[in-house]
Design a protein around this ligand. Structure first.
Ligand SMILES: [Cu+2]
Length: 393
């Protein structure tokens, strides 16, 4: 706090000092009976040299930072799609860097070379059609290449995933992630927010969860029966406002009940089967190397963003909307650790949208195993199907 105050003071005093210096310079010019626009040759030459010096510092700083932190400072991409993204990004960076060096060299070197010389009038060069063509056509062609390659890559990355892709759902809420695997049949069971209860946190739709939710809404602690009982009781005197609130709540609950009954009427054994074998994992997302994944995302409360920095993948998760992305991990956690020479490294899934007070801790560990290790892990996990865990409780 004190440091910040000091910094602000220094900046303010510095600005005042600078203003005073300019004022002194103006006054001395007046004393010497020289107009402010008349710059002595010595000053011009000094400024032209400063231009050259600035260019050297600028280029030197750029080269130093790239040498110190690497080309982009992000480490290798750990997925097929990530490598494609990096390729496109690198192409853009190479073009931008080349243009940066060329234009900045011309800007500062010409300012030095063509400094005003006493007695030499400026060369009058108003127009050149060839030059105009050149600096219109060349950037347009380069931009066209960038845009066409960008669109092509974008279509590849956002297109449908491979038919054998593994289906995983990531459910986001303030403040954490829950993963759901499609299970033995690799099919994710249907889910509906109306069925979310303390037992059925992801709102999976099955015969049992429908029954449980209907029962809760009819006979539960704040259920329809309870409210009707309060409204019709002869022993309790309710004020008009309380009576109105009860009626409203009753109306909402009855509407919800009708919707649940409709869902129940169209529910099939087949959709039960796809939900029963789903595996819900809360501690970490485990992935299989060289296996294509199709991720779908839901959000419970507000907009979050699923960000896998090492796989170069990110998508918003939106309440009421299912979003998706795909990628194929190419390096196990162990392999990435040895490449980075960092034994404590872990892949991570982060929330990349400021979603509330606990946003900073909204993350999930991601572990990529090789094929054998993963199959062993999944075989074990498959014992904890949704059916087993829901019916157990
Ligand atoms: Cu979030």
């Amino acid at each position: 706090m004190e440091n910040k105050l000091m910094m602000i003071l220094i900046v303010v005093i510095g600005a005042i000092a600078l203003a005073q210096l300019v004022r002194v310079y103006e006054l001395t010019s007046k004393l010497r009976q020289r107009g402010e626009h008349e710059i002595p040759n010595r000053d011009n030459v000094f400024n032209s040299k400063l231009m050259l010096l600035f260019m050297i510092f600028q280029f030197g700083g750029f080269i130093y930072l790239v040498a110190k932190y690497g080309w982009t400072g992000r480490g290798p991409a750990a997925s097929i799609e990530g490598a494609t993204t990096d390729w496109l990004l690198n192409l853009n960076l190479i073009i931008i860097t080349a243009v940066f060096f060329l234009t900045n060299f011309l800007l500062f070197y010409f300012a030095y070379k063509y400094v005003k010389k006493p007695g030499v009038p400026a060369y009058f060069y108003p127009h050149n059609n060839k030059l105009e063509m050149l600096w219109t056509v060349v950037p347009a062609a380069v931009l066209a290449v960038i845009i066409i390659l960008g669109l092509k890559t974008w279509n590849e990355l956002t297109g449908p995933s491979a038919p054998n892709a593994v289906n995983v759902e990531l459910y986001s809420k303030q403040f954490g992630w829950v993963a759901r695997y499609g299970g033995a049949d690799n099919k994710l069971g249907k889910a509906d927010y109306k069925l979310i209860t303390s037992k059925n946190k992801l709102g999976l739709v099955t015969e049992e969860t429908l029954l449980a939710s209907i029962e809760q809404i009819e006979k539960g602690e704040e259920g329809i029966h309870k409210i009707e009982g309060q409204l019709n009781s002869n022993n309790i005197v309710l004020s008009d406002s309380v009576r109105k609130a009860y009626r409203e709540s009753l109306g909402n609950k009855e509407r919800l009940l009708r919707l649940l009954r409709q869902m129940q009427a169209t529910h099939t054994k087949k959709s039960d089967a796809s939900a029963y074998d789903d595996v819900i994992v809360e501690d970490k997302l485990v992935l299989r190397k060289n296996t294509p994944y199709e991720f779908t995302f839901r959000a419970e409360d507000v907009i979050h963003s699923a960000y896998f920095p090492h796989f170069r993948a990110q998508i918003n998760t939106v309440p009421g909307l299912v979003t998706r992305l795909k990628f194929t991990p190419t390096m196990t956690t162990k392999e990435y650790r040895s490449v980075k020479n960092l034994p404590t490294f872990n892949y991570i899934l982060m929330c990349n949208k400021i979603c509330g007070s606990g946003h900073y801790q909204m993350k999930m560990l991601v572990e990529v195993l090789d094929e054998k290790e993963y199959d062993a892990w999944f075989k074990n996990k498959q014992k904890e199907t949704f059916k087993a865990s829901f019916l157990k409780k």
